[in-house]
Ligand binder design. Structure first.
Ligand SMILES: Cc1cc2nc3c(=O)[nH]c(=O)nc-3n(C[C@H](O)[C@H](O)[C@H](O)COP(=O)(O)OP(=O)(O)OC[C@H]3O[C@@H](n4cnc5c(N)ncnc54)[C@H](O)[C@@H]3O)c2cc1C
Length: 567
């Protein structure tokens, strides 16, 4: 397993129908061609052609309907195959991914609901090609859901009226149902209900962004609905919103991976065939380093995310480790995506601005992903709660094999509360993965982890530092590296990634650890004892020119001219 290659697909792990969906989706985009994809992006053309294709092939129905509401075996909510679909859409254009993503978000509160009648109706609409939307955000409140102002009042038995506005809501111009989060005026309780965008009391006020996507502001004015459209109330409504985000945020990492992969092919094709000062650009030592770093970072993003899907798919009441790994896919993987595109852009420079290439879209879109569905910082705050248990109270779980089977991921719709009892969640010992390999840079990285553990036990953040989010985000960056590296190794072991590649991946991991340790050292409030340990965390990766050259030549440069999108 390396990177997605649309013309040399390896989808052996999927069932025939799922393979067909992926192949047809690729054929749709290759048939559309790069020129038309770019034209539609520049002219901000609503992607009706893509939605027609999705409708014709019943793709959203097949991929996003839980098995019990579908009418065929291939209709199921299977996160493993959804990884591929996410990646393919990111590869061809984030706009196409976005309409899929916000449909999944919109469906979340419905599938999470106990309202069987609306679930059946939703499956019927999905089969007919409908898209959906998730109406959570409001203009003034951002991450502060508690402040939501959309109001619902009772209007007789089983009848309600809604009033208010929502902002930044994807697909809300065309969505069949817009899952809308509000408060009941009489009790102050939360409520989720399904609004229909073609109702006369629903106004799509504007597209807030200037792009192919429709990210709407909508208004409900005396909007009537009944018990049929009520999805959940009170604590259940609150939990449904967080549970939906808990698995949908995972898609953002895959969109990043898709974007970076396409950008990578364009970059290597360009750089390896450009001659400057009588040298190929790829002969410059810094270019070799940038491209190798970009490729290893990208492969690591993919390895990590595949492994994270195993934990999400196997989650249960007794095993909620995915609540650490999913935010990492959202936060760490998308931020790594920015780093990959930065590296590639430094290589191809002016070429990255050209209107005819995919890269121009990648450079713009890659930056959005860390900011959506909770900013990277909000996700960091979420995962910091796991740090103590992760380092100091490991739990013995049975070894988890890869989860590629063709099954419905039932637990995603039965997660209950994802915000209560987090401090009780335990993790398996990260040393199991780190001890499973002897490659030099993993050993250096392990030594860095040991010093970080010493830092946490001997000189933990004091009261002032704990209240200082700027300081704690730095602690979080160091913590994040540990499960990130752990799942990369777990995935590399099962995918038979060579020691050369793993060593080269941990070359950048060691450098990243050192970078964050130096930042911590330099913080205003770091104490002399903390500073001493920070210096001990700073290490140099193992130098091995032969290994670097092998990876560069056999893995990275070898991709030159291997993929061009159809013009
Ligand atoms: C293109 C686009 C599409 C979108 N699609 C949808 C959609 O379909 N449905 C929907 O409901 N929403 C959607 N959104 C909204 C999106 O989810 C929010 O923008 C995002 O959650 C961040 O909110 P905000 O931008 O208002 O930032 P704010 O919440 O205003 O945050 C401001 C700053 O404060 C920090 N901050 C806030 N709270 C905390 C905290 N507790 N701890 C630490 N730091 C904190 C943030 O990190 C950030 O730096 C979309 C937004 C865009 C731009």
């Amino acid at each position: 397993m390396r990177l997605l290659h649309p013309k040399k697909l390896n989808l052996d792990s999927l069932d025939p129908k799922s393979r067909e969906i992926m192949e047809k989706t690729i054929a749709f985009f290759e048939g559309k061609g790069l020129k038309k994809v770019k034209h539609d992006d520049h002219e901000r053309v609503w992607y009706a052609d893509f939605l027609d294709f999705v409708k014709r092939e019943q793709i959203f129905y097949a991929l996003m309907t839980p098995a019990q509401y579908g009418d065929a075996e291939h209709v199921r909510f299977d996160s493993y195959r959804n990884n591929f679909f996410n990646e393919i859409l990111g590869f061809y254009g984030l706009a196409y991914w976005y309409t899929w993503q916000v449909t999944m978000l919109g469906l979340g509160p419905i599938w999470n609901s106990k309202n069987e009648a609306i679930k059946k109706e939703t499956a019927r609409r999905l089969k007919e090609g409908a898209i959906f939307a998730f109406g959570l955000s409001e203009k003034e409140h951002g991450a502060d859901l508690i402040a939501s102002e959309m109001k619902v009042t009772a209007a007789g038995p089983g009848k309600y009226i809604a009033n208010g506005r929502k902002y930044y809501i994807g697909n809300a111009n065309k969505a069949s149902y817009v899952s809308t989060f509000a408060r009941e005026l009489s009790t102050g309780d939360y409520i989720f209900f399904a609004a229909e965008s073609d109702h006369k009391n629903y106004t799509c006020v504007q597209n807030v962004v200037n792009s192919q996507n429709y990210v709407a502001e909508y208004e409900l004015k005396e909007y009537p609905f009944t018990d049929f459209e009520v999805l959940s109330r009170g604590r259940d409504a609150w939990d449904a919103s967080l549970a939906t985000i808990a698995y949908c945020k995972y898609n953002l990492g895959w969109a990043s991976i898709g974007i970076c992969t396409h950008a990578f092919y364009e970059a290597i094709n360009h750089a390896a065939n450009r001659v400057l000062f009588r040298h190929k650009v790829t002969d410059f030592p810094h270019i070799k380093q940038f491209m190798t770093d970009a490729w290893t970072r990208l492969l690591a993003m993919r390895l990590f995310s595949f492994r994270a899907s195993d934990y999400m798919r196997s989650a249960s009441e007794d095993d909620k480790r995915y609540l650490l790994y999913n935010p990492l896919v959202k936060m760490k993987v998308t931020m790594q995506g920015e780093e990959v595109v930065n590296l590639l852009w430094d290589v191809i420079a002016a070429k990255g601005f050209e209107k005819s290439g995919y890269f121009e879209m990648a450079a713009r879109d890659i930056r959005g992903l860390p900011k959506l569905e909770g900013t990277a910082q909000v996700n960091m705050v979420l995962i910091m709660k796991f740090m103590d248990k992760f380092f100091f109270e490991p739990f013995s779980y049975p070894e988890l094999p890869r989860q590629k089977h063709f099954k419905n991921d039932d637990f995603l719709f039965e997660q209950g509360s994802t915000s209560k009892g987090q401090n009780k969640i335990q993790f398996h010992d990260f040393n199991i993965a780190y001890n499973s390999t002897k490659v030099s840079n993993v050993k250096i990285f392990q030594a860095q982890i040991e010093v970080f553990k010493e830092f946490l036990s001997k000189t933990p953040p004091d009261k002032g530092q704990s209240r200082d989010l700027d300081f704690m985000l730095n602690v979080g960056e160091l913590f994040t590296l540990v499960p990130y590296g752990q799942l990369i190794i777990e995935s590399a072991n099962s995918e038979k990634i060579s020691d050369d590649i793993l060593d080269q991946i941990f070359d950048f991991m060691v450098r990243d650890f050192s970078k964050y340790a130096l930042q911590m050292y330099s913080r205003t409030s770091s104490t002399p004892e903390q500073m001493e340990l920070c210096l001990k965390m700073i290490k140099k990766p193992a130098v091995n020119v032969e290994r670097f050259t092998r990876v560069w030549e056999k893995e990275v440069l070898a991709l030159d001219q291997s993929y061009h999108m159809n013009p």
